[in-house]
Design a protein around this ligand. Structure first.
Ligand SMILES: NC(=O)c1ccc[n+]([C@@H]2O[C@H](COP(=O)([O-])OP(=O)(O)OC[C@H]3O[C@@H](n4cnc5c(N)ncnc54)[C@H](OP(=O)(O)O)[C@@H]3O)[C@@H](O)[C@H]2O)c1
Length: 252
């Protein structure tokens, strides 16, 4: 069970943080991994680590997911170099924090363009390759904000992730007839570059820890199992789901 040998996965945002944790899980299960991010040298380093630690094929590619032309080029390169794609993980994401009434419009737009449009562009362009796979799986990355807005000043982020959750369900319904499964993982609190500011505020960290039933924040490796499951044949009847991996936060 959960064997991904012979499969090819694209992980956007796979160069660090949660995307890299998921890429590690897929590689551990034997999957070849394409790591895509804007910073090519970070993507290359991540791909090297996957090759070294798990003895799988791993390829770095540069792509800004908010740029539709770049996403098209990314898929053309994957088609040319590998000829197939079975799994897509949309982990590329950003956050900007401002009070809603004065949120700079260009920053609001940027968050939506990366998190929501980026996810859509990648799904849209991956479609033709995924259709040829015998077990195609898309894994989007949501957030606690899908269920509950946890902190102030994240209107753009919350709107983008609400969009990702709805997009996940819409694509699952539309593409079920092609056998393409579309699910989302909604992580709780994980210390990464994105959340560094929140984690270094002792009051906020204390608030988080008090509210998490399992008594600790997450580490990227906590997402490996769920991602491998969703990518695998064992999840063949699972689609349109948002799976929270949050130490129990949303059970409150
Ligand atoms: N950390 C948490 O607690 C948490 C909780 C819930 C959800 N999430 C979600 O998990 C995902 C990963 O976040 P993280 O916490 O791991 O953050 P992170 O460490 O900052 O990683 C973000 C990743 O996305 C890439 N990226 C950012 N903008 C991009 C763009 N326009 N095109 C392509 N790649 C881009 C980054 O590489 P480059 O900068 O080189 O492009 C990096 O690989 C995000 O969707 C985030 O919303 C995180």
């Amino acid at each position: 069970m959960f064997d991904l040998k012979g499969r090819v996965a694209l992980v956007t945002g796979g160069s660090r943080g949660l995307g890299f944790g998921i890429a590690q899980g897929l590689a551990e299960a034997g999957c070849s991994v394409i790591v895509a991010s804007r910073n090519f040298s970070e993507a290359s380093e991540a791909a090297q680590r996957l090759k070294r630690d798990y003895e799988v094929e791993a390829m770095p590619l540069r792509c800004d997911v908010s740029n539709y032309e770049e996403v098209k080029n990314l898929m053309n390169t994957i088609e040319k170099e590998l000829g197939k794609l079975d799994v897509v993980v949309n982990a590329a994401g950003i956050n900007r924090r401002h009070p809603a009434e004065e949120f700079p419009i260009d920053e609001f737009r940027q968050v939506i363009e990366v998190n929501l449009f980026g996810t859509y562009y990648v799904c849209r362009e991956a479609f033709r390759l995924l259709r040829k796979s015998d077990n195609p799986s898309i894994i989007n990355i949501g957030s606690l904000t899908v269920e509950e807005v946890t902190m102030p000043n994240i209107a753009a982020y919350a709107a983008s992730k609400g969009g990702v959750a709805s997009l996940t369900k819409a694509l699952a319904k539309e593409w079920g007839k092609y056998g393409i499964r579309v699910n989302a993982i909604a992580p709780g609190w994980y210390r990464t570059k994105m959340t560094e500011a929140v984690f270094s505020d002792p009051e906020k960290l204390d608030y988080m820890l008090r509210r998490i039933p399992l008594g600790r924040t997450g580490v990227p490796e906590d997402l490996k199992g769920v991602a491998v499951f969703l990518a695998s044949e064992e999840a063949r009847y699972v689609t349109g789901q948002i799976i929270f991996v949050d130490g129990g936060w949303t059970a409150n």
